[in-house]
Design a protein around this ligand. Structure first.
Ligand SMILES: Cc1cc2nc3c(=O)[nH]c(=O)nc-3n(C[C@H](O)[C@H](O)[C@H](O)COP(=O)(O)O)c2cc1C
Ligand SMILES: [Mn+2]
Length: 488
């Protein structure tokens, strides 16, 4: 059963002892951050935090919702994050229907999926209160994360767990992306969609058409819906359909009060507004999930026309910074969920590990079933051409007998197997907007390492050595005699 909204999820967390209430008054400027940071650094990611009393606002704040493997699984209602991937794989493996009989036999399945399309509703909890006279962002407990966040003249508050809804002006197709929101004043914010993202694409199109762009920022809801905003889906896939698939129930959507944009009806808070093409303002700096401040740069400006919310709104926020943090668990979910989709193009890929320390765009480990010379290099080049994998600054490919989830074993194999000149590939290309190491923003070099066993065809003049293993016979003997040695 899908969670209807954020509250249902919070209730589950609380009954399972995975949520801690903080009753004393706390400051949304930095204090909530420091508490959240300390808790997310506890073994396993600590608990979700519910701040009941927040200085300067009547609304409470929750943080660290997704910040452990257990809570990430609970948020998607699965026993194992791989279960979502398996569901996707099952759909993808259905052979394309040939004859009419086959098509008919698939009909029930197809209908089942159509159940997941977002559904329009008229009455929405997120519109219990409508502030369209003089909307004021100052009423809400929006947090300041790190000391140098924001510009002189603003308080450095950022909405950190937003779902930003836009529409393609040509196709009418909706998009939802998680792009942090820098609050400049009561009615104005930044819009930090990197140029590679779908929201930015929609903005570009409005700009070309010379049209004002409507947008809406929704905060809070079923955690599966929130997660979907961060998922690296192809532009053609509506995040809300994907959320429907994840929660196995359609997402109920409601039209905004001041625009045609639709937002999840069960959100906690919705900020409606528009962007004027060409208008930019300095956004940031912001203590980012790389563990460094992302620099202040011009980004489009969002003007608020209306704010709607639940009467007793609960405001969720996330804190990003040096890993491990809450977003690392969201990234880990993405790693598991998207593996079957990557395998569509690269069936030889066995597993992928995006270690938290690599903050997702910096490092990916990939195991493959190698079957021809140069196979690993083909995977490296191929992945750099696939969606947000283009940002991967370091790709290391190993053979399928390496468990890439075991970092120590993998490091040992890689370090022994590589001849650095022969086995490295460099490429120039787009980089994540958060990369600060390249000479220019968003463009620089990436490295791939082929750490698979090398063959003659790949130029290896020697026989590959055999990995050491004890014989089965002796292992069985020692197993049987273990007690006799008196070692335990
Ligand atoms: C907590 C969090 C904050 C994020 N902030 C941003 C951001 O400010 N700008 C951005 O372009 N992407 C950001 N992302 C990544 C995007 O949400 C992600 O790339 C997503 O796939 C974008 O959706 P889109 O493909 O529809 O553009 C963030 C992700 C998370 C989990
Ligand atoms: Mn998208």
């Amino acid at each position: 059963m899908a969670y209807k909204d954020l509250r249902e999820f919070l209730k589950i967390l609380e009954t399972r002892g995975l949520l801690k209430r903080i009753k004393v008054e706390v400051d949304p400027l930095l204090e909530i951050s420091e508490i959240t940071d300390r808790v997310s650094k506890q073994p396993g990611g600590g608990k979700a935090l519910f701040f009941e009393s927040v200085k300067g606002s009547v609304f409470p704040v929750v943080t660290n919702l997704f910040g452990s493997f257990e809570r990430m699984r609970l948020s998607l209602e699965v026993g194992d994050l791989d279960d979502v991937g398996l569901r996707i794989e099952k759909i993808l493996n259905q052979a394309p229907p040939k004859g009419i009989m086959e098509k008919l036999s698939l009909l029930p399945k197809l209908l089942e999926y159509s159940r997941y399309f977002p559904k329009q509703v008229k009455n929405a909890p997120c519109q219990e209160i409508i502030e369209n006279n003089d909307p004021d962002l100052g009423k809400y407990p929006i947090i300041k994360c790190w000391p140098h966040d924001g510009q002189p003249g603003d308080e450095g508050r950022f909405i950190t767990l937003p779902m930003v809804f836009t529409k393609d002006p040509e196709t009418g197709r909706p998009n939802c992306g998680m792009y942090r929101i820098h609050v400049y004043d009561r009615k104005t914010t930044g819009m930090h969609w990197h140029i590679h993202k779908d929201g930015a694409r929609h903005y570009e199109k409005h700009q070309k058409l010379g049209q004002r762009m409507p947008a809406a920022i929704a905060v809070g809801g079923d955690p599966a819906v929130i997660y979907a905003a961060s998922a690296p889906l192809p532009e053609a896939v509506d995040e809300m359909l994907f959320a429907g698939f994840l929660r196995e129930a359609p997402v109920e959507m409601v039209k905004c009060i001041t625009s045609e944009i639709e937002v999840p009806a069960h959100s906690e808070l919705v900020i409606e507004g528009y962007l004027d093409p060409g208008e930019t303002r300095v956004e940031g700096p912001f203590g980012d999930h790389t563990g460094f401040y992302s620099p202040a740069e011009p980004y489009p400006v969002f003007h608020v026309t209306c704010i709607t919310h639940r009467r007793d709104m609960i405001y969720p926020a996330t804190l990003v910074g040096k890993p491990p943090m809450e977003d690392c668990y969201m990234g880990k979910a993405t790693e598991r969920i998207f593996l079957p989709l990557i395998r569509l193009d690269f069936p030889e890929i066995v597993d992928i590990n995006l270690p938290m320390e690599g903050v997702f765009h910096n490092f990916a480990l990939i195991s493959i079933k190698k079957s021809y010379p140069g196979h690993a290099k083909k995977i490296i080049n191929g992945l750099w051409g696939k969606g947000q994998m283009m940002f991967a600054k370091l790709l290391i490919v190993v053979d399928d007998d390496v468990d890439v989830q075991n970092l120590s074993y993998t490091a040992w194999r890689v370090l022994n197997n590589v001849d650095w000149k022969r086995d490295t590939v460099f490429a120039d290309g787009p980089l994540d907007a958060l990369d600060h190491a390249a000479n220019w923003p968003r463009y620089g070099s990436k490295m791939g390492i082929d750490a698979t066993r090398k063959t003659r065809e790949e130029g290896m003049m020697r026989d590959w050595p055999e990995e050491i293993f004890m014989s089965e016979e002796v292992r069985r003997l020692v197993d049987a005699r273990w007690k006799d040695y008196g070692l335990d």
